[in-house]
Design a protein around this ligand. Sequence first.
Ligand code: 2AM
Ligand code: CA
Ligand code: CA
Ligand code: CA
Length: 271
Amino acid sequence: MEKIIRDNIFQQAIKWIYEASSMIREKMNDPLHIETKSNPNDLVTEIDQATEKFFVNKIRSTYPNHFILGEEGFGDSLDNLTGTVWIIDPIDGTTNFVHQKSNFAISIGIYYNGVGEIGLIYDVKRDVLYHAKKGEGAYKNKVKLTPLKRDLTLEKSIIGMNHFWLCHNRLVDEKVMEKFVRTVRGTRSYGSAALEFAYIAEGILDAYLTLNLAPWDIAAGIVIVNEVGGVTTTIDGESVHMLKQSPILTCNPAIQEIIIKNYITKGRKVT
Ligand code: 2AM
Ligand code: CA
Ligand code: CA
Ligand code: CA
């Protein structure tokens, strides 16, 4: 993507993120209309939907030839990533949004012919924007993030993962994962995939493993993590398919191989 075009899209996207976040802040303390999607704990509110609609309307009127992939379904249904595609999660961490009014983010990844060009993750409550353009580094607000340290060991790592890895699950033997959590320094679960990617980029979390994520959960995060030398694959170490859901590992490259080889592969169930 041409630099001048990318810079224009980047500036525009940031302006819309700030506009959307003021609307979210204005409405978030009113009574929320909450519905469930795939299961009783899979929530969506009218603010998730209104925020996605806001971005879709702005993008369609400003860039009519761009495509949109959004969690709440107001974008396009795409079977390929040709052209410029905005991959949008209007509120990532809806459960946190509903229950805590914090620890949620707007996540926007902008891809050109399948390549991640721009990543934007905005922590609405803390007013922190993680952003990156491919090849130009990653930033937390105005501060440039430093490359991830290469001398990290698993024993000194903090891992983002939730309890489902230690419950009986369809992917990996929980006994192997028990060994894993006993080996690492600590685990954390923040409940927003986008923010967990941002924390990997910031170097305050060293790996994030998740059982099933969709493109809008990871599109922005992949671009940001990549700019500090982090790596994102499926949990089997394969490249991520940007139009499918998959179990994901994003991490400091120093611990990628040991996680995949010594834990995931050993415990992997045939699916
Ligand atoms: P969401 O809040 O945008 O739905 C926490 O569970 C993380 O997993 C969040 O980033 C959440 O994104 C994502 N997630 C993906 N699929 C989910 C589902 N079916 N139910 C709840 N969270 C889901
Ligand atoms: Ca959701
Ligand atoms: Ca999400
Ligand atoms: Ca969402």
